[in-house]
Design a protein around this ligand. Structure first.
Ligand code: TRP
Length: 374
């Protein structure tokens, strides 16, 4: 039977049923017991764990077994530079920063200017390369420590990537790549190599140190097909299988279907470069409301936070559980109006973005310290 939603690394459509996706992809749900195990080491839980924004994993239990025996691991995540960074992109990065701080581990961050050049017909390599460096500033702005954060801009680290990607590529057949990624005869051959390039950083900590160091990838679930390939080839190349922890998508402002994405709804996407007025305008105009049609009705019957985009977004950005709960209850009881709820979100986002934009400017001087070169 055809599913009513689609999730691939290039496309997310329909209302995603994340439980079904766990079954489809063959990942494991992030259970209370594994969350407790994380808490044992971190002392507290990030709100994205408490709220199940991270909801699924591969081999996180195995990674924790190793960690508890004293084995180190490394983090890996990344970004495909095809334009400005939007708020959906940085959700896993915020969580990654927390993991890095709590576990004191290195992070390898891949910026895939080559991938976006290959898969976006209208982008030149010069453009994706420039955007890649801009995206790097967005990461640094979140406060990562250059002593343990290594940024890879693919075309400037091509020797190491290529020399290892061919080892991966040799173990992956075209029919496998077609089955996993939906490649066809019309797909350019650069894309057939691409999954091998994205697999290399899974093994990079081992490649660079000569030790067997497992990686943990915090990323949105759409990237998981890559880890399936990487995990298949890992033992054949003598590396530990990479572990992953998956987040749900930041829903689009306009309603609960799909992820926020520039390819489908440009006007309602909130970019990290947006100024206060723009953020306000987008939220006021596009945020789907779970409120009633008139103030009287709303006061009487209350709104529905479960389908209200502003409330749903606050789950991703308001760290304080108590505040969030109060907003939920006030909205549901009708005490809080839709316009007021939107304003809470606007203030939260603008507050975050003002700091972020300042930090991004400061990041320019630090950029060099983060870059891996070969
Ligand atoms: N393919 C990813 C994108 O289009 C970029 C990427 C490369 C990535 N390596 C990653 C994302 C690891 C998450 C984790 O955005």
């Amino acid at each position: 039977m055809a599913e009513d939603f689609v999730v691939t690394p290039w496309e997310v459509q329909g209302e995603v049923d994340y439980n079904k996706l766990i079954k489809q992809f063959g990942t494991k749900p992030l259970t209370e017991s594994i969350i407790k195990r994380i808490e044992k080491h971190t002392g507290e839980l990030h709100y994205m764990l408490r709220r199940k924004i991270f909801f699924s994993h591969r081999d996180l239990d195995v990674l924790l077994n190793d960690y508890e025996k004293g084995k180190k691991f490394a983090l890996y995540t990344g970004r495909g530079p095809s334009g400005n960074t939007h708020l959906g992109h940085i959700i896993p990065w915020i969580f990654t920063k927390w993991l890095q701080d709590k576990f004191d581990v290195p992070l390898y961050f891949q910026i895939t200017d080559d991938e976006k050049f290959l898969c976006k017909p209208n982008l030149t390599l010069k453009q994706t390369h420039e955007m890649g460096y801009d995206n790097a500033l967005e990461l640094i702005a979140l406060g990562f420590d250059h002593k343990k954060t290594f940024i890879i801009v693919d075309t400037d680290y091509s020797k190491t990537l290529y020399n290892n990607a061919i080892k991966v590529a040799k173990k992956v057949t075209a029919s496998n790549a077609r089955a996993v990624f939906g490649f066809t005869n019309e797909t350019n051959i650069g894309m057939y190599l691409w999954p091998a390039m994205q697999a290399v950083p899974c093994f990079l900590p081992s490649i660079l140190t000569g030790e067997k160091i497992r990686t943990l990838i915090p990323a949105a679930i759409d990237q998981d097909p890559y880890w399936r390939i990487a995990r298949d080839v890992a033992p054949k190349l003598g590396y530990p299988k990479t572990a992953a922890i998956h987040n749900v998508f930041l829903p689009s402002l306009t309603g609960p279907r799909g992820k926020m994405s520039t390819s489908t709804n440009m006007e309602s996407t909130i970019f990290t470069t947006d100024d206060e007025k723009t953020v306000r305008k987008k939220v006021m105009k596009y945020a789907f409301s779970g409120g009633k049609d008139t103030v009287e009705e709303h006061r009487k019957h209350g709104g529905n936070p479960d389908i209200d985009s502003s409330y749903q977004w606050l789950r991703f950005f308001e760290e304080d559980d108590k505040k969030l709960k109060k907003i939920y209850e006030d909205y549901k009881s009708g005490g809080l109006l839709s316009g007021e709820l939107k304003q809470i979100l606007v203030d939260k986002l603008n507050n975050f973005l003002a700091k972020h934009q300042k930090n991004k400017e400061k990041a320019r001087d630090k950029l060099d310290k983060f870059l891996l070169k070969d």
